[in-house]
Design a protein around this ligand. Structure first.
Ligand code: 5GP
Ligand code: MN
Length: 461
C-alpha cells in the first residue's frame, strides 16, 4: 500500500470534476520534457478509458525522442495550431495542468488559460504554485509529476471512495487544506529540495518492517527462501501477464502490446499499459534514470508496480536516452571540447551556444536537452550552467522589451547546493533545488556577463 498523498476531499473533488466533464483538455509546460509529456499523456489515457474526449495541448514542439509515447503525435501544438487549440479550450469542461505551476510557464497559452471559466486543476511538483486553479495538487517533495499522476490514478480507483457530491465545496476550503499541506512539506524539505515528507514517513514504517528483513539479508540462505517465494508469486502473476517477455533489453513496447492483445486483454487493460509507459517515462527522466532525487523506497515500489503491468522499461530507456541524432552527438562533443569553461575555485562549469553554433549543428528542438548535465560528470564540478541563444517569438514581445534575442538558461547542481535562488534572482526564473532555469532578453554576451558577475555569490559550497 502506498502512502496517501492526497486527502479524501481532494480525491473526491477530482472525481467530481471528472464526472462532470465530457471534454477535457490537458496542458503541460513549454519545451515539454519526459515528465511533462508522460504526465499529460498518462492522464489522457486514463480519462479516455472512462469515455471522455481528451486533448493534450503543448505550447511548442516536443522533442523527437518522446514522439513514440502513446498518442504523443496527437498532441496539439499551440505555436502551430492556435485556432484549433483555442477552440478546444473554449469547449472544455475541465482543464488539467500537469507539471507546471504558473501560467507563465506555458507562454501565450497561459493568457488563454486565464480567460477560461471552466473548472481547472493543477497536478505538479514545482515549488510555489500560483493560485489560478480551482484545485491544486502540488507536491514539491515528489521527484516527478508522473509519480503524482500514478498516485492520483490509484486513489481514484480505490473502491472505498464515498460517492457523495462535493462539487459545492468552497474553493477556499481546498486552498486552505492545500496551504496547510504545503507548509508541512516546506518545513520538511531539506535544502536540497529533493524530498521528503515521504522519506521521514516511510523511514518509520520501513524501520519497523525491516528489522526482520535486515537480519535476514546476509547470505544465511534465508534470503534465498524469500527470493524463491517472490519468484513463485511472480510466476503466478506472470502466467496471466507477461511470462514470455524476453529478459533481454531492447524489445519494444509493440511487442508487449502484441503479447497483451494475444491474451485478449481488455481495452482498459491496454490503456493501463499506455498509462504505465507514460508514467515510467516521466519518473525516469525527472530523476536522470533514478540517479538523483531518487533515494526513497516507495519510488521503487511504484516502479515495481509499473513493471508488473508489462511495460518494457529497458526499451523505454533506449528510446529516450539512446536516440540522439549524429548532429546532436557532435554538438555535445563541440560543447565539451570547445565551449566548456570551468571555474575550479567555485566548482562551476559554464557552456553557452550562440544561434550560429546551433545552426552549424542543424539544431532541432530537444537537442540541447541534457547538455547541462554533462559537466557534473567531472570530479569536483558541482554546479553547471548552460545558455542557449533563441529567437524572441511574437507572443513574447512585451516581455522582451525590444530585444530580438532570448537566452534560455539551464542550471544544475549536485547535493545540497540549490541553484533555484540564483535562477530566480539573476535570470527571473526558478525551478527545483538541483534543476532550475530562467531567461534573459538581450544579447548572449550580456547574459554571460550577468552570470559571471553573480555566480560566485551563490555557488559557495
Ligand atoms: P530545463 O533546464 O530543463 O529547461 O529546466 C529545468 C527546470 O527549471 C524546469 O523543470 C523548471 O522547473 C525550471 N525552469 C526552467 N526554465 C524556467 C523559467 O524560465 N522560469 C521558471 N520559473 N522555471 C524554469
Ligand atoms: Mn517534472
Amino acid at each position: 500500500m502506498l502512502t496517501s498523498f492526497f486527502s479524501d476531499l481532494e480525491i473526491r473533488t477530482v472525481q467530481e470534476f471528472i464526472n462532470q466533464a465530457n471534454n477535457v483538455v490537458i496542458l503541460t509546460h513549454m519545451s515539454p520534457d519526459g515528465d511533462a509529456m508522460g504526465s499529460s499523456l498518462a492522464m489522457r489515457h486514463f480519462l479516455e478509458a472512462q469515455g471522455k474526449r481528451v486533448d493534450v495541448i503543448v505550447p511548442n514542439a516536443f522533442p523527437d525522442f518522446l514522439a513514440w509515447l502513446p498518442k504523443a503525435n496527437e498532441d496539439v501544438i499551440y505555436e502551430k495550431q492556435r485556432e484549433l487549440a483555442d477552440g478546444l479550450l473554449e469547449s472544455a469542461d475541465l482543464v488539467i495542468c500537469t507539471d507546471f505551476n504558473d501560467p507563465k510557464r506555458i507562454g501565450s497559452l497561459g493568457d488563454k488559460l486565464l480567460t477560461l471559466t471552466c473548472k481547472k486543476m493543477m497536478i505538479d511538483h514545482h515549488l510555489h504554485p500560483s493560485n489560478f486553479p480551482d484545485l491544486t495538487l502540488s507536491y514539491p517533495a515528489s521527484p516527478s509529476t508522473c509519480e503524482l499522476v500514478y498516485r492520483l490514478i490509484c486513489d481514484l480507483q480505490r473502491s472505498d471512495l464515498p460517492s457523495t457530491g462535493v462539487a459545492d465545496l468552497q474553493r477556499s476550503d481546498l486552498q486552505r487544506s492545500d496551504l496547510q499541506r504545503t507548509d508541512l512539506q516546506r518545513s520538511d524539505l531539506p535544502s536540497t529540495g529533493v524530498a521528503d515528507l515521504q522519506r521521514s514517513d516511510l523511514q518509520h514504517s520501513d524501520l519497523q518492517r525491516s528489522e526482520l528483513q535486515r537480519s535476514d539479508l546476509p547470505s544465511t540462505g534465508v534470503a534465498d527462501l524469500q527470493h524463491s517465494d517472490l519468484q513463485r508469486t511472480d510466476l503466478q502473476r506472470s502466467d496471466l501477464q507477461h511470462s514470455d517477455l524476453p529478459s533481454t533489453g531492447v524489445a519494444d513496447l509493440q511487442r508487449s502490446d502484441l503479447h497483451h492483445s494475444d491474451l485478449q486483454r481488455s481495452e482498459l487493460q491496454r490503456s493501463d499499459l499506455n498509462i504505465a509507459t507514460c508514467i515510467y517515462t516521466g519518473m525516469m527522466t525527472d530523476t536522470g534514470n533514478f540517479s538523483f532525487n531518487s533515494n526513497y523506497p516507495e519510488m521503487y515500489q511504484i516502479v515495481g508496480e509499473l513493471v508488473a503491468t508489462g511495460i518494457d522499461k529497458d526499451a523505454i530507456y533506449n528510446r529516450v536516452f539512446n536516440a540522439y541524432s549524429a548532429d546532436r552527438m557532435r554538438l555535445m562533443g563541440y560543447c565539451l571540447y570547445q565551449k566548456m569553461k570551468i571555474f575550479p575555485e567555485h566548482h562551476t562549469a559554464l557552456i553557452y551556444l550562440s544561434r550560429k553554433d546551433l545552426y552549424r549543428f542543424n539544431f532541432q528542438s530537444g537537442d540541447a536537452e541534457g547538455i547541462v548535465n554533462l559537466p557534473l560528470q567531472i570530479k569536483d564540478v558541482y554546479y553547471s550552467c548552460f545558455m542557449r541563444e533563441d529567437k524572441v517569438n511574437p507572443t513574447e514581445k512585451a516581455l522582451a522589451g525590444g530585444s530580438k534575442t532570448k537566452i534560455k538558461i539551464s542550471l544544475r547542481s549536485q547535493g545540497d547546493r540549490p541553484v533555484n535562488v540564483f535562477a530566480k534572482d539573476i535570470f527571473n526564473g526558478g525551478g527545483h533545488a538541483n534543476a532550475s532555469g530562467g531567461e534573459y532578453y538581450g544579447p548572449l554576451p550580456e547574459a554571460v556577463q550577468r552570470f559571471l558577475d553573480n555566480y560566485q555569490d551563490y555557488f559557495v559550497l
